[in-house]
Design a protein around this ligand. Sequence first.
Ligand code: T4K
Length: 373
Amino acid sequence: MDNKPILVTRSSMPPLGEYMDEISDLWESHWLTNRGVKHGELESALAGYFGCDNVSLFTNGHAALECVIESMGLEGEVVTTPFTFASTTHALVRKGLVPVFADIDPNDYTLDPASIEAAITDRTCAIVPVHVYGSLCDVEAIQEIADRHGLKVIYDAAHAFGVTRDGISAACFGDASMFSFHATKVFNTIEGGAVAFRDRSLGDAMNAWKNFGISSDGRVLYSGGNGKMNEFCAAMGLCNLRHVDGEIEKRSRVAARYDELLAPLSSLRRLRPQAGVEPNYAYYPIVVGDDFPLSRDELSSSLKNEGICARKYFYPLTSDFECYRGRFGSPEDTPIAEDISRRVLTLPIYADLRLEDVDRICGIILTAARERG
Ligand code: T4K
């Protein structure tokens, strides 16, 4: 067994020949971007995969999130989670909205509906929950709250590609869902993202926004940006989409091995299955309990010393970022999120991670616990 460093994830890539075949016609057409053929094919293929009517592609997930927020014309406060990647909070602030942080559920780390309800004021215009690690939010409770208060729901579904509940894709909940197709995600287009959305008219606004605000009849309607996915990224997506279910299946075997080997360590909390949810095994988070002999940071260092790059996704809370400190409440306002972010470590997981490497990672954790315990 070699002891090469193992990073937290590794991009899935199609066979090289398949990608070469997919891009070869670009050398005929010389059409490289601006809603090309591959772009159209990928939008249709994703709508089919998600089982939803409307999908709009973007250069990346963050641009997609900013665009859908702006296209909905939101103003005021948005109830959201601080337990997320920087992008979620940044998108709200950059669009002139005020994030109001609600707390998370200690079991699946998604927004707690009761905490959402408590954060709503007469200035609230929307809820932006995150399907963290691919765990689905309580979509029914959130929709019920949104309907009662007349709020939009935009899911940050960056982690939730391929996740279904009772056979329904994560893409089908709320008014819109943003997906990231970054290289580190379960499904990637190198860089890329998409919005799946309910109201077809939102598509016209988003299409204009991502092309400098220019509408299909040539009028300039918005001070838009440039968020167009290019043909090489769309081609990567077409190839990766053919393999993504197999990649998720391989990830499930990696997760099952972690589950088996870490089960004796009751002080390391693992993700629990959610009723009716088919997960995508995007991340493998463990939450280090008080009764574990090492702290989260000590465990992270023990792994790093052996070349294993686990990551503290998501620490610190976005409410504790230097650029936001004191502006939108404080981490103490969301004590569960604060506690989890200080204890969580995401272990390496990707489709081609060898089971013997999982054995090695778990061996390091078990040895560290035994030596300290
Ligand atoms: N909302 C949420 C909840 C998100 O998690 C994200 C992105 C977004 C929104 C925004 O979506 P995008 O605009 O990115 O589409 C990474 C990703 O850059 C970021 O996309 C992702 N979330 C975040 C959770 O993770 P870093 O700074 O941790 O990435 P980095 O460069 O350290 O890479 C992590 C590991 O991935 C490396 O150790 C090795 C592997 N890797 C990385 C790259 C760049 C590869 O195997 N291939 C690669 O090309 O942020």
